[in-house]
Structure formats: C-alpha cells, structure tokens
Write a protein that binds this ligand. Structure first.
Ligand code: Z3R
Length: 310
C-alpha cells in the first residue's frame, strides 16, 4: 500500500469506499477500492484470489481496467484505472440537457462493454449510472464488476466456483449493509424472485439507462419498493399476459397485478428520442427475459446506422 498515496474519497455506496490515489513512483492516478473481509474468516482463499485476478483479463476500452489486486491482513485492495466522474454526477452537471449524439455515443459504448462481457459469460448484474464512469474524452466504462454476490465467470471446477462465490458474498455483505440497494434498474423477472440470472438482466438495466440518458438524467422507473417498482413497469409496458410470458406465474415471488394496458407509444416517455431509438428501447424493455434483445443484436439496430464509432 506504500506504493500509493491516498488522495480524496471519490465514492461510497454501491462500490464500497473508493479513493482517488497516486502511484508514488509513476505519479499515475488510480482509483483504490478497499474490501475488508470478515474477522472470523481466514482471509481470501488463494483460489478466489486467482479468480478475481481473472477479472484483470477483462480488458476492453469500455470496461474500467483492474490494474492490480493487493492482498494483506485480511484486506483486499483493488487498484482500478481512474475516471473523472460517474454518469450520475455527469447528469447533475448537464442541467437537463444532453444532446442526442452524446446519448447515442454513451449507449453504444455501454452496449460494446456489455457485448464483450457477455461473450465471456460475465454478467454485471448491477448496472446503474453510478457504475458507469465517464472520462474527459467522453469514453464510458463499466465499473464494479464481480463485486455483486453472484457473478458468472468460466471456472475450472465446482470447488473453484464455491470459493469465488463465498469470497464475493463476503465482500458484498459490507456493501449491502451500508446502503439501500436501488431497484430502479432491476428487471421484472428478478423482482419476481428469479434466481437464474442470464445476460438479459443487464439488457433491462441498459434499457432503463437508455431512457434516463434520453431524458438527461430523469430515471424511468424510480420505484420505492418491489411492489411499486413492478407497478411502474407494468403501467408503462402493460402487465404481461400468460401468452406473452408463460413462465412468469411460476417465479418464486410471483403475485398477480392488475392488467394494465401498454402505453401505445413511448413518444411521451422519451420525447427527445428518435423513432429508431424508441424501437431499440422497446426491445430492451421486454418483460419476458427471453424476448429481450442481446447486446450484440442491439449494436446492429438501425438506431446506430448513422453512428461512426471514434
Ligand atoms: C473503479 C471502481 C469504482 C469506481 C471507480 C473506479 N471510479 C469511481 S467509482 C469514481 C467515481 C467518481 S469519480 C471516479 S464520482 O466523483 O463521480 N462519484
């Protein structure tokens, strides 16, 4: 840890405590995330450490780079690339005005990062504006991978999988105790208690973030609890019928909701979004997870036809 000089705290909450720090030798600015493990635990199993290190191999320009994992005295410090701000702070600074090109560019980069992770069976599971970092070149990067209780990485065997899930659960306990976990970006299948996650969980969150970008920071479904969250979703998209989503009623926490009709057009919901943008949004916000568009498919959507990646 002597290697880094801690500067100011840059975040607390979902991602635990994150500090801005400077490498004393190279003067490189980094983000340090401290993870404290339970006192009664012997520390991080070495196999888990190896698996966390696999995250270091998740190298993509739209994923915040994990430079290093430092392990000492039951403490784990993750050393990340530094970015100037998160999307939440960016929204606060844009005063309700975000131009359509920036919306498209951020959405494209979010989908690029997701397509890369999903192709390697890595799910994010907790996408939200605070977990999307923006640097001064307008690059967007996904942050906070692997710190959610369950994540899916290709592992070599059953025992390895158990170790990593155990270690990561311990890490995320600290996060969950200290703050309220937002439901705003959670898909209806997860709100109804689905336990088997797939890449579709991130695609719903991407849809909610897309609408929020289009409305310059106004969240689409700001629910107060699970019931309110589901009502907000069904009031806009229509309560799914048995025909549209056959397995919905089999989910562990399923309960019936009034049969709200779908809002015919999203034009009043995202007034500044083009018609192709609204079509993409509609395909991301499918209540039935199997009908949700994938990140790869979304990148091929006509909404991006006129977009030139830098
Ligand atoms: C890695 C993991 C989480 C975070 C990282 C890097 N950087 C973060 S959070 C951050 C947050 C801000 S600036 C950098 S903020 O000032 O906009 N909250």
């Amino acid at each position: 840890m002597q290697k880094y000089e801690k500067l100011e705290k840059i975040g607390e909450g979902t991602y635990g405590t994150v500090f801005k720090a400077k490498n004393r030798e190279t003067h490189e600015i980094v983000a340090l995330k401290r993870v404290r493990l339970d006192d009664d635990d012997e520390g991080v199993p070495s196999s888990a450490l190896r698996e966390i290190c696999l995250l270091k191999e998740l190298k993509h320009k739209n994923i915040v780079r994990l430079h290093d994992v430092l392990h000492s005295d039951k403490k784990l410090t993750l050393v990340f690339e530094y970015c100037d701000q998160d999307l939440k702070k960016y929204f606060d600074s844009c005063n309700g005005d975000l131009d359509p090109e920036t919306v498209k560019s951020f959405m494209y980069q979010l989908l690029k990062g997701l397509a890369f992770c999903h192709s390697r069976n890595v799910l994010h599971r907790d996408l939200k504006p605070q977990n999307l970092l923006i640097n001064r070149n307008g690059e967007l990067k996904l942050a906070d991978f692997g710190l959610a209780p369950a994540f899916c990485i290709p592992v070599r065997g059953f025992f390895f999988r158990l170790y990593i899930i155990k270690a990561l659960c311990q890490m995320s306990f600290q996060l969950l105790e200290s703050q309220v976990v937002t439901l705003w970006y959670r898909p209806p299948d997860v709100l109804f208690g689905a336990k088997l996650y797939s890449t579709s969980i991130d695609m719903w969150s991407a849809g909610c973030i897309f609408a929020e970008l289009a409305n310059a920071g106004r969240p689409l479904f700001p629910g107060n609890d699970v019931d309110d969250q589901l009502k907000r979703i069904f009031r806009l998209l229509g309560t799914p019928t048995e025909e549209q989503w056959q397995t919905m009623t089999k989910l562990p926490d399923y309960k019936p909701y009034p049969m709200y009709p779908a809002t015919t057009s999203l034009v009043n919901v995202v007034p500044k979004l083009s018609s192709t943008g609204r079509d993409l949004l509609q395909n991301l916000l499918k209540c039935n997870p199997v009908q949700r568009i994938s990140a790869e498919e979304a990148l091929q959507h006509p909404y991006f036809a006129d977009f030139c990646p830098p």
